[in-house]
Design a protein around this ligand. Structure first.
Ligand code: FAD
Length: 409
């Protein structure tokens, strides 16, 4: 049988895969997505940033997401001991959406995949990509179907949106260590039974361990009385506790001060998972007839919930560059894709480093922030990390000066 040919094959149907495939389909391309799992499937990464809404609109998926009855989100709250500060994303420097959702990713990713199928993208669930070779004018891809049978397809262009599968980085030896320190995360979903009247369900709550500033927790409320709860710590802190994941998570939560009080009636009724050494990087985000999207490229850290936003930004930038390439206009992949994507990645990275070395915690918990600067920081936390009008995007290292001012005030 002749090999089936596609304009674009996308590996993975997470947010990067669904958004990029829909955008390419809108430009008339024949797009195939290979997804090794069956949806709905669990994924971590449940707190979206308002910047995502723009990409959901571009991909014609926002109405479907709005019908998903997800938890409304308008900001991020931070707690440390008796201190409590929050950023309201509606009060921000950059134009654009100021609210978004917190989503159960099994449902959310299925909605996005369904929407891209409705727009004419073909998705093959239960099919894993296992090889990718260069052939004249195309790439030859080998996949395993649900019966473990191998077959081949060709594509003029391949987008790797395989997340932590990191399919092409592994096959093409593009993996590079992240410059961020290795950390570990333990997380689960709980029946939260929160009665605390001050608790704001419209914001993600980030809590800093009262004695260990590198240890922090997320509490991401859903719309059904449940929450995603997780802790992030240096690998050695978790290894030292040494118990199984549920006991370790509960011990760390019991040390969390105000968080422990908020969760006093919580029921832990779901599998506890853990992930370690998730920060990763690559030597190049693109090559001949391929590009790497989302987590298949670089992943920083969960602290600012930037993962899905970076995944969708990469999908939008890559879809535009592929469209240029397939319509014979030779895009400059370095400037139009890699450099363009890295603007926001660099901003988030400075803030991630600043979180762990305390510079950003100093800013968050300062009572001395001016309204103008608060709006600039709020913009970045809302995902507008590519808006070069924002001085903290143009020169992310300004964070150090701001931190010094907050410290001496
Ligand atoms: P994914 O969503 O991972 O999708 C990749 C898909 O590719 C999967 O469905 C997989 O089955 C498929 N695949 C893999 N290998 C193959 C193969 N060989 N063939 C075919 N298909 C394949 N981000 C946020 O925005 N907010 C958060 O609150 C947040 N919290 C996080 C907490 C932790 C502890 C961690 C580690 C990450 C968190 N993230 C968060 C990041 C977020 O999980 C990711 O950035 C996001 O899911 C990346 O999307 P993606 O589309 O690149 O990949």
């Amino acid at each position: 049988t002749p090999i089936e040919s596609f304009d674009v094959v996308v590996i993975g149907a997470g947010p990067a895969g669904s958004v990029s495939s829909a955008l390419l389909r809108q430009n008339g391309y024949k797009v195939l997505v290979l997804e090794k799992e069956y949806f709905p499937r669990f994924s971590i990464g449940e707190s979206l940033l308002p910047q995502c809404m723009e990409y959901l609109e571009q991909a014609n998926m926002l109405d479907a997401v709005k019908k998903g009855t997800f938890q409304y989100k308008n900001g991020a709250a931070f707690s440390r001991g008796d201190e409590y500060e929050y950023f309201d994303f509606r009060e921000k420097f950059s134009p654009g959406w100021g609210t978004t959702f917190q989503v159960q990713r099994d449902c959310f990713d299925k909605i996005l995949a369904d929407e891209s199928q409705k727009q004419g993208v073909q998705i093959r669930f239960g099919h894993a990509l296992v090889a990718c070779e260069e052939i004249p004018n195309a790439r030859l891809l080998t996949a395993l179907d649900e019966d473990n049978q191998q077959y081949q397809v060709s594509a003029k262009f391949v987008l790797d949106a395989s997340g932590f599968g990191r399919v092409l980085p592994k096959m093409l030896k593009l993996e590079k260590d992240s410059s961020l320190a290795p950390r570990k995360s333990i997380f689960t979903h709980i029946e939260d039974n929160i009665v605390c009247p001050q608790y704001d369900r419209d914001k993600i709550l980030i809590t800093v361990h009262p004695k260990l500033p590198e240890v922090w927790y997320w509490l991401i409320p859903f719309s059904n009385g449940r929450c995603s709860l997780g802790v992030v710590a240096p690998t050695e802190v978790i290894d030292e506790i040494g118990t199984e994941p549920l006991a370790c998570l509960q011990q760390l939560v019991s040390e969390g001060g105000r968080l422990a009080n908020i969760l006093e009636h919580a029921v832990y009724d779901t599998q506890v998972r853990s992930l370690g050494s998730y920060s990763c990087d690559v030597t190049s985000l693109y090559g001949k007839r391929y590009a790497l999207l989302g987590n298949a490229g670089e992943f920083l850290d969960p602290i600012f919930s930037s993962g899905v936003t970076i995944a969708m930004t990469s999908a939008s930038l890559a879809a535009a560059a592929v469209h240029k390439e397939l319509s014979g206009q030779s895009p400059d992949w370095e400037s139009e894709y890699a450099d363009a994507l890295k603007v926001g990645v660099k901003t988030f990275k400075e803030f991630v480093e600043g979180w762990y070395d305390q510079r950003f915690q100093q800013v968050v918990f300062s009572k001395q922030k001016s309204e103008g600067i608060t709006k600039m920081i709020s913009s970045i936390l809302a995902g507008y990390a590519w808006d070069k009008e924002n001085p903290y995007v143009k020169t992310p290292s300004r964070l150090s000066t701001l931190s010094e001012i907050c410290k001496s005030a």
